[in-house]
Ligand binder design. Structure first.
Ligand code: NAD
Length: 443
C-alpha cells in the first residue's frame, strides 16, 4: 500500500532538488496519492501468478483503482504472452531499471521465482517504489538482511501477499483465538498434505532446486509459518528440523528430462501432458526457445535437492510450541491443524481425495461440549477459494479500512515467515541443530 505520508515526503524530496545519489534513489517511481489517482503498478515475473492473480484478476476486478503500466520478465516471449492474456497495452521489458524509468510506477509487484525476489524488492525501493512481493519474501538470511537494510534506508513500503491468511476458516480461527475460546494456546499441531498432483508439481520445475525456492520449507511452508505467527500473535525464536528426499528425485529406476519426450510415458504414474492446458502452452511451451524453462520437468530428476518430507519444531516468544510436518507424495491433499489450549482445543481439518473428505472446523471445550464452528460466507471471488479476492480487496480498496484481524502482512511478517523456513533448512543441514532466529538476522 502506498503510504500518503511517504508520497508527500518523496515528492517534497524530489521537488527540493536534493541529491539522490547519497541514498542511491533514482527518480524512477512516482507516488500517486491513492485517494485521487489510480495506483500505477508494474509487474516483474509474468508467469502464472504474475499474469493471472496480479494481471487478469486485477484488470477484471480493480481497473477503476489500478493501472498496470509495465511488464518485465527475463523471457520476452513470456512477457508478450502475458500481455495478451492480461489484455493490456502495458509495454514489456527485459530490463527492470528501464521499466521503472520509463513507466514510473507507484508500486512494483514481484512474482519472479523466490530466490530472485530480494534483488527486485531492493532495486524497486532504491528506485523509489513501494513493493508488493509474493511470498516468500526471500530464501536465505543474507537476502533477508539486505531487504531489511534497504527498507530502512529508503523508507519505502513492503507488503507481502500472504493470501493464506484470507481463507474463511483461517479468519474464523483467528477470531476464536482472539476471543480466547480455548484459553491460552500451549501448542499447535500443523500438518500439510500435498498429493501426487499438486505436491509433484513442485518437483517438475524451478522449485525443486534449493537455490531457487529455499526448499518447500521456505517456498510452501512460509504460508503456514506466517499463519502460525499471525494466529499466535507472537515471534518465533528457535527452530529445529529434519527433512529428507525419500520419494521424488533419485528414488526411481527411470527418468528423462521432461514428460513430452519421455520414453517411459506408458509406465510412469507421474507422466503429465502440459500441452493439454492451453494457458500453459502459451506461457511456457511456446516460450521455451528463449530460456529453456521446461514446465513439465521430470519429477525423478537426479538434481532435485529439496526435501519431500519435512518435520519442524518452532518455539515462540510466548512459550507456544509449533509442531509442523509436510509431506508431498500423498493420496490426498489438504491440512490438519489443531490448537491445544488451557481450556480446550480447536481442530481445523480441510482435506479430501479418493472419496475421503474432512473439512470441519470444531471447538471442543475441556470438561465441556464439542461443537462444529460455523463460518459465515462472504463475497468469494478470485483464486484459492476466494482468498486471493479478499487479499486484493484489502490491498487495493482497503487501505483506509480498519483491519481488526490484522490481515495486512508487512515486511516483518514476511521476514519472520521466511526466517522460520530458512532456520529449518539450516537446522537440517546441521544435523538437527537448534537455530536461533535472532542469530540469522538483525530484525
Ligand atoms: N500466494 C500464492 O498462493 C502463490 C501461488 C503461486 C505462486 N506464488 C509465488 O509467485 C511467484 C511466481 O510463481 P509462478 O508459479 O508464477 O512461477 P512461474 O515460473 O510461472 O513464473 C515466474 C516468472 O518469472 C520469470 N523469471 C525468472 N527469473 C527471472 C528473473 N531473474 N528476472 C525476471 N523474471 C524472471 C520467469 O520467466 C517466469 O515468467 C513465486 O514467488 C511463487 O512463490 C504464490
Amino acid at each position: 500500500m502506498t503510504d500518503k505520508k511517504e508520497s508527500i515526503t518523496r515528492r517534497d524530496f524530489v521537488a527540493g532538488g536534493a541529491s539522490l545519489a547519497a541514498t542511491t534513489v533514482i527518480a524512477g517511481c512516482t507516488n500517486a496519492a491513492q485517494t485521487t489517482q489510480k495506483i500505477k503498478m508494474a509487474i516483474v515475473g509474468t508467469g502464472s501468478r504474475g499474469s493471472f492473480t496480479w494481471g487478469q484478476e486485477v484488470v477484471k476486478g480493480y481497473s477503476d483503482v489500478v493501472e498496470i503500466v509495465g511488464l518485465c520478465d527475463i523471457n520476452p516471449k513470456r512477457a508478450a504472452a502475458a500481455q495478451k492474456l492480461i489484455g493490456v497495452n502495458a509495454p514489456i521489458f527485459t530490463d527492470f531499471d528501464r521499466m521503472i524509468r520509463e513507466t514510473r510506477p507507484d508500486r512494483v509487484t514481484v512474482t519472479t521465482p523466490d530466490g530472485t525476489h530480494a534483488r527486485y524488492i531492493i532495486r524497486a525501493m532504491e528506485l523509489g517504489c513501494d513493493v508488493m512481493s509474493e511470498k516468500p519474501l526471500c530464501t536465505d538470511e543474507q537476502q533477508c538482511q539486505a531487504i531489511l537494510d534497504a527498507q530502512k534506508k529508503t523508507g519505502k513500503h513492503i507488503t507481502v501477499t500472504f493470501n493464506a491468511r484470507h481463507g474463511l476458516k483461517d479468519k474464523r480461527v483467528k477470531e476464536l483465538l482472539m476471543q480466547k475460546a480455548i484459553g491460552e494456546v500451549i501448542s499447535v499441531d500443523f500438518h500439510e498434505y500435498l498429493d501426487t498432483s499438486h505436491g509433484a508439481d513442485y518437483f517438475r520445475r524451478w522449485h525443486r532446486k534449493k537455490e531457487n525456492s529455499g526448499t518447500l520449507l521456505v517456498h510452501k511452508a512460509s504460508h503456514h509459518f506466517d499463519q502460525a505467527n499471525w494466529w499466535l500473535d507472537s515471534t518465533p525464536v528457535e527452530v529445529m528440523a529434519r527433512g529428507e528426499l525419500k520419494f521424488y528425485g533419485r528414488n526411481n529406476r527411470f527418468r528423462a528430462t521432461n514428460c513430452r519426450i519421455c520414453p517411459h510415458k506408458q509406465q510412469c504414474q507421474f507422466y503429465w501432458d502440459v500441452t493439454k492446458n492451453p494457458r500453459y502452452v502459451k506461457l511456457y511451451t511456446e516460450c521455451e526457445s528463449e530460456d529453456g524453462y521446461l514446465r513439465d520437468g521430470c519429477v525423478w530428476s537426479e538434481d532435485i535437492d529439496i526435501y519431500d518430507t519435512m518435520s519442524v519444531v518452532v518455539k515462540y516468544e510466548n512459550g507456544v510450541t509449533l509442531n509442523y510436518t509436510a509431506n508431498t507424495f500423498l493420496p490426498y491433499e489438504g491440512q490438519s491443524i489443531s490448537f491445544n489450549g488451557t481450556k480446550g482445543r480447536i481442530d481445523y481439518h480441510d482435506f479430501r481425495g479418493g472419496g475421503f473428505r474432512n473439512d470441519e472446523l470444531r471447538l471442543t471445550r475441556s470438561f465441556g461440549k464439542s461443537e462444529p464452528v460455523t463460518v459465515t460466507e462472504e463475497r468469494r471471488t478470485g483464486g484459492h477459494g476466494g482468498a486471493d479476492g479478499s487479499l486484493h480487496d484489502l490491498i487495493f480498496r482497503g487501505a483506509q479500512q480498519p483491519d481488526p484481524l490484522g490481515l495486512r502482512a508487512d515486511l516483518r511478517a514476511g521476514a519472520l515467515a521466511s526466517l522460520i523456513g530458512i532456520a529449518a533448512y539450516r537446522s537440517i543441514e546441521r544435523g538437527g541443530q537448534i537455530i536461533k532466529i535472532n542469530e540469522l538476522v538483525k530484525l
